[in-house]
Design a protein around this ligand. Sequence first.
Ligand code: FPP
Length: 239
Amino acid sequence: MIDKSLLPQHVGVIMDGNGRWAKKRGLPRTEGHRRGAEVFRAISTYASDIGIPYMTFYAFSTENWKRPEQEISVIMDLFRNFLHEAQDRRAENEERGFRFRFIGDLTVLPEDIRSLAEYMEQNNPERGRTTVNVAVNYGGRSELVRAVREVASRVQSGSLALSDVSEKTVSDLLYTSGQPDPDLIIRPSGEFRLSNFLTWQSAYSEFWFSDVLWPDFTTDDFDRALEDFARRNRRFGGI
Ligand code: FPP
């Protein structure tokens, strides 16, 4: 059991390897996503059990629209199911202290998903033990462009002085406003990239990589990442 004071406050997870997992079994890629959504549930629950306050899962990037229509449609169905489930299990989630958020540009998502996401966010408990961000149609660069536009608009209207624009100004305009930056980012499936995930927020994140494909990822793998993180010496540019 890891010393609680050494637990990360925020963990980002790139849920990668679903397609390869399915291919290895002769299954359609979408089966990998279905299994991946179950692992998302299991890891979120475990993170809340052990007291991690923030989790961010990369579920669909601004680049994922390039995938076949049928695959996108199944992923959208998985979001839909999750949102319905969040509605049905409101009491249970509240008791557990889950707060769920969708981060990313939701404006282009199917209307029903947008309104379910809005409903979910409005009905989150005031206080919670674990905030789970699901990044959907999310891209770190587009998140920054959105923040830059807002800064420019405030400067132009005179409500913000150029000399007052700080790192905090930018952080406060990101989807993760008010949340700590991720201490740890986990990427399974043997890839060593950030892929436009939490571009600004990851400036001082620790990274943990594994060959395990996301649908095979277990709480034991998560523990390994946490144990490794607990041993890291973080200096944030100091000595
Ligand atoms: C990347 O693996 C995975 C995705 C683009 C989709 C991830 C989505 C889910 C796990 C569903 C999430 C659902 C909820 C409710 C949060 P890949 O397909 O690129 O894998 P590959 O590199 O092996 O092809």
